[in-house]
Design a protein around this ligand. Sequence first.
Ligand code: HEM
Length: 413
Amino acid sequence: MPAPDQQLTEPVMGPAEALSELFTPAGKHHPYPLYDALWELGPVIPLGPSGTLVLGYDEVCTALRDPRFLVTDAAVHQATGMIDHSSWQCFTKIMMFSNPPDHERMRRFSRWAYSPGQVAEQRQLAVKAAERWTAHLADLDDGGPLDLVEAFATRVPVAVTGELLGIPEADQMELRTAITATTTAFEPIFDRAELLPADAGMDVLVGYLEDLVRERRRRPGDDLVSAMVRDRDADGALSEEELVSSLVMFLIAGVQSPSDLIGNTVRLALEHPAEGHGMTTDDDLVSAFITETLRFDPPNHVLTRAAETDIDFYGHRVVAGSRALLVLAAANRDPRRFTAPATFDITRKDIRPLSFGLGPHYCLGAAFARMQVEVAVPILLRRFPRMALAGAPTYRDQLVTRGFARMDVTLGP
Ligand code: HEM
């Protein structure tokens, strides 16, 4: 049995202190001890009239399946004034931030793009990208530390999603900076100025995809943008703005969380070398390793819902209009559901982490994302069997979409 990850598990403070610490830079960097401290208050924690924090596995599942817990859509962002920001103008036109009936309409429109047949085709792109960027790492290697986030973890999803959308390689990495910036809009916002980086990133992405849509409408190609333009023009199921926003979403979701999951998986492989090495030869082990990574250290820690009406929730009253913060990363470590939850253990059976959500908004790209990681990580570890961490990775200042800013490694002889 592997040893618990001490660094991530020591309880450090009382629940009240933990709550105020959670959204500070230090808390986002190191949230697991705070979840442990908060757990002392129970699986559902009322935060006053404005919100409820949900940490328990069953409780998060219930909220995600309950249609009275709405996603924060255009009406919600209208009320807070956030919709005046270009980031939320775009996000509120996609399915992830839409409620019925718009949600079903959008999900139906895009579903084919995520089908098993598509994912099988996309696998070839992932193999090509992973081989290319491992070769790139070998070219860069001078024996010293290299940032694996910059040189590999982001490159593979950027290349795969860029190629699917028909984005020329020269533009892909430039868009990558804008993609990460947009995801900061998902963090709790205390001052609207905090949205400015996300707005700037969104302006870049929307401008780029508007041009691409115009271009593909004129000269269709063999890519997802051309196919979605054709479908929209045939049945009018989406408005033009919704089409562009859906493509922006595909680009952001296609790159950020898969890149973060590659980072988390490689780090855990280097910290658990026996299991990590097993991934180079055993496909079943790859799958188990990634599922356990998704449980133990997922790329998305928190989902937000807004109560449509007053809800009696496990003995607590969730007031209409208030927010419920569903902490997926804490639910994945619920001690009632998982034995020794702070232990990374790839032999667990039937664990079903909540990292791709659940219910009507369950991640459409889950199979696509997993496939990229299943392909990329074993190719990397086979090529560099002596790779090692060169210091502790650092995190971006984000909790909702959480991942490494930098992970220095040495590739070995
Ligand atoms: C490791 C990678 C990924 C993780 C951890 C992840 C996680 C999630 C989660 C937690 C949700 C639920 C949101 C909610 O209920 O509010 C979600 C929804 C979604 N994801 Fe992913 N995702 C990943 C990759 C992808 C990829 C690669 C795509 C597509 C390119 C994608 C597209 C979507 C879409 C379209 C939705 C919205 C579904 C809906 O609202 O009906 N995701 N994702």
